[in-house]
Ligand binder design. Structure first.
Ligand code: BMA
Length: 349
């Protein structure tokens, strides 16, 4: 832990735009990362919250296991751009809005990703059939004006997150993620580094112009085959970023996962120190948790010693029984999750 504190004291202080950065910085410095779970309040392995009777949003697979909510709630805006009523995973945007507010009231941090559809082809975020998409939405591009309306729809939704006093809720905004991979239309190979950086800055400028000033901005490259130098060029600049996180999923083979995560975090830690940013594991998990000691046996050694501010595992899909990353009652790894949060003092709500 001493090494973590030293690492931060040597680094330039992170930009503090919202209380979120202060909270994350403190968690990283203390060596007690926060835990996050995607869609935690909206559904779980075998249940769904509904707009009819679940407005309290009290249920959570994680809470059912350990009695507490994750400190971080991940939500995704995919679909807001086409004015859909539900996001790409079937969540009503209205219920997401209530969940975000409820989570904030409970003292948690809300983080938003955006699997935005392809504005040039009409396909989804994974449609990489054209390498001209980012160019088409930048200023001067044929889809620029239309794309600004997409940004407006995302901005409007975020602006609708207000507390009981009418104050804007701070959000950890994580757009254009996994840009070092090639599976999204904004990913490597489908736009140049300069175009990617311009897309990020355009998003920033537009959101600022819309009055979204209390966002912390997280950039999250995915693990790559040791080609870490490239993370520096696909990076919009220090004024536009608060958190640098790694998206790195696990395979059942612990050693491979631990080695990859440690490689990636070592590289991103250097980047955070150089740029004065906060380190995180913005997405991880082992689908179906076939390793019942994954939390203490794989995740803990993978992040041990790094100043990681939070770790977010992906969703427990209610409609795909094998697609889960967090524990739920009866899940064989639930006891190990409890052991992990107790052993490492993971702050929960
Ligand atoms: C993926 C899967 C998909 C989902 C997407 C966006 O990892 O969970 O089912 O649509 O994330 O949430």
């Amino acid at each position: 832990m001493a090494a973590c504190i030293l690492a931060f004291s040597c680094a330039q202080a992170p930009v503090t735009r919202t209380g979120i950065t202060g909270t994350l910085h403190a968690a990283a410095a203390a060596g007690t990362p926060l835990y996050g779970h995607q869609d935690d309040l909206l559904y779980g392995h075998s249940w769904n919250a509904t707009l009819d009777d679940d407005l309290e949003l009290g249920r959570s697979d994680v809470r059912d296991v350990c009695g507490k909510y994750p400190a971080i709630l991940g939500l995704d805006l995919g679909g807001i751009e086409i004015k859909a009523t539900r996001n790409l995973d079937g969540n009503y945007f209205e219920l997401m809005r209530l969940a975000a507010i409820k989570h904030h009231e409970r003292g948690g941090i809300v983080t938003l990703s955006w699997h935005v559809r392809n504005p040039l082809t009409g396909g989804d975020a994974w449609d990489v059939s054209s390498d001209k998409v980012v160019a088409s939405i930048l200023p001067g591009g044929e889809k620029h004006d239309e794309f600004l309306t997409w940004l407006d729809r995302a901005a409007d939704w975020i602006l609708s997150l207000k507390d009981a006093d009418g104050q804007q809720i701070p959000v950890l905004w994580r757009p254009w993620h996994e840009h070092s991979g090639g599976w999204f239309w904004w990913g490597r190979g489908h736009c140049s580094d300069a175009e990617y950086n311009a897309l990020w800055r355009m998003t920033w400028d537009h959101f600022r112009a819309r009055g979204l000033e209390n966002l912390a901005w997280a950039i999250s490259p995915n693990y790559m085959e040791r080609d870490f130098e490239k993370w520096e060029t696909r990076y919009p600049g220090d004024a536009y970023v608060d958190v640098i996180g790694l998206d790195c999923y696990a395979s059942p083979d612990r050693e491979t996962y631990i080695a990859r995560m440690r490689d990636g975090l070592a590289s991103l830690q250097k980047m955070c120190e150089k740029h004065g940013k906060i380190l995180a594991v913005t997405e991880t998990g082992l689908e179906s948790l076939p390793d019942p000691q994954w939390w203490t046996g794989a995740l803990a050694p993978a992040i041990q010693g790094f100043p990681v501010s939070y770790v977010l595992t992906w969703r427990n899909a209610s409609d795909r029984p094998e697609h889960y990353y967090a524990p739920f009652p009866g899940e064989p790894g639930a006891a190990d999750f409890l052991a992990w949060i107790e052993q490492y003092d993971i702050p929960m709500l």
